[in-house]
Design a protein around this ligand. Structure first.
Ligand code: ZN
Ligand code: ZN
Length: 170
């Protein structure tokens, strides 16, 4: 979705408020695929602060559906990205930001940029998520299994790995 900024740059309109929703199905972030539940909302305030320079204040809100880091179940994550940036559009052909081209602002590019910057490193369905049995694959939040192995709470997995490593060396 392109927002034309001609009015704010060329005319006397020094301020504009934009509220839009955009639809993006999914994004890829490293190995993670995130789906969007509902539309992404973008609130934008544009203020001309100098000739050919505007201040962009914005808020991007999206509900991401990402697999839980421990149990792999799809999990909702509410992402809110607050930003404020100055944008210059001075020389034709030279744009400071990829989301501005000429007097057009590309709302999808702007929103995706903010979503990537604020993308969660790790999403858990629940702080207490028990994860998956590494032997049989049972989701331990839903069921127990009879594996006689180290069904170690994943919070301690790091410690256990350390222990195993030391044990091997003996
Ligand atoms: Zn989980
Ligand atoms: Zn098991």
């Amino acid at each position: 979705m392109q927002i034309n900024l001609t009015n704010i740059f060329e005319n006397d309109e020094n301020f504009a408020k934009i509220q839009k929703t955009i639809i993006i199905n999914k994004i890829q972030f490293g190995n993670a695929t995130a789906y969007f539940q509902d539309n992404i909302t973008v609130n934008l305030e544009l203020e001309k602060i100098a000739n050919n320079q505007i201040l962009l204040d914005g808020l991007v809100k999206a509900i991401l559906v990402i697999n839980c880091d421990r149990c792999n179940e799809p999990t909702k994550y509410h992402l809110e990205a607050d930003f404020s940036k100055e944008v210059s559009v001075n020389k034709v052909g030279e744009y400071e930001e990829a989301f501005i081209e000429g007097y057009n602002l590309d709302l999808e590019k702007l929103a995706l940029n903010e979503i990537f910057v604020n993308f969660p490193m790790k999403v858990l369905c629940n702080e207490e998520c028990k994860g998956i049995c590494t032997t049989c694959g049972t989701n331990l939040n839903v069921d127990n299994c009879n594996c006689e192995n180290d069904n170690v709470d994943l919070r301690f997995a790091g410690l256990k790995a350390l222990f195993d490593e030391n044990f091997k060396e003996v």
